[in-house]
Design a protein around this ligand. Structure first.
Ligand code: DX5
Ligand code: ZN
Length: 217
């Protein structure tokens, strides 16, 4: 079960060291949350940060665009190790065009689904996607509690497009990972649980947490 580490909750003053730790601990990739203070009430990671992280690590990177106009950013976020560019369709009049542009830039296409959005509302977009990112929390902040009703969307999304991978993002920790695993999520995106309350040996602590997240029950 690949775990993608969301950098939102890492020690930002030591970003490089945190990424090296994640590489050594064996995460499956990095998840970079881009927030514009408009689509969500928070601001996070800009283009320069993405560029520098991409140059620094060989880990596959997912860029999660929580911005009002994702089309504006596709050309500048598709670096070679950007495996997925993930957009939202909520409030976006150019979803299909944006998805096409991501594909033309040789990244895989992800569609994020907010807690208030039904899978059936976005089924046409899911047919065009390589990845569904089920939001387990309202986007904007790390460290929120999982909205448990979102878990059933993992199976619903898979039915819409069996070829696509399904990930869950937000609220995943040692108490909730089993719910996502039971629904056969392909990828868990995890932020605060990985980084918070780590004992003095941060590497061992993160390794242990990765093991716990992969447990089936
Ligand atoms: C929420 C972000 C998530 C978040 C996950 O808006 O999209 O990627 O960083 O953080 P945790 O795991 O702390 O819920
Ligand atoms: Zn995210």
């Amino acid at each position: 079960m690949p775990i993608k580490a969301s950098l939102l909750s890492c020690d930002l003053l030591n970003l490089g060291a945190e990424i090296r730790l994640l590489e050594e601990a064996g995460v499956g990739g990095l998840h970079i949350d881009v927030m514009d203070g408009n689509f969500v009430p928070n601001i996070a990671f800009g283009i320069d940060a993405i560029r520098q992280v991409c140059a620094f690590t060989k880990l596959p990177i997912s860029v999660h665009l929580m911005v009002s106009n994702p089309l504006q950013f596709i050309d500048v976020v598709t670096y070679t190790n950007v495996q997925y560019v993930i957009i939202h369709s909520e409030g976006n009049r150019h979803t299909e065009e944006t998805m096409e542009r991501i594909r033309n830039r040789s990244s895989k296409v992800g569609l994020a689904i907010n807690p208030a959005t039904r899978v059936s509302d976005v089924k046409d977009f899911l047919r065009l996607a390589d990845l569904a990112l089920i939001m387990g929390v309202h986007p904007g902040y790390g460290g929120q509690t999982l909205i448990q009703s979102t878990i059933s969307k993992i199976g619903q999304a898979r039915c819409s497009n069996p070829e696509m991978l399904v990930a869950i993002d937000g609220g995943i920790n040692e108490k909730t990972a089993y719910l996502a695993n039971r629904e056969k999520a392909d990828i868990l995106v995890v932020g605060s649980y990985l980084f918070d309350n780590c004992s003095c040996n941060r590497l061992d602590c993160i390794k242990e947490k990765l093991k716990i997240l992969c447990k089936e029950d």
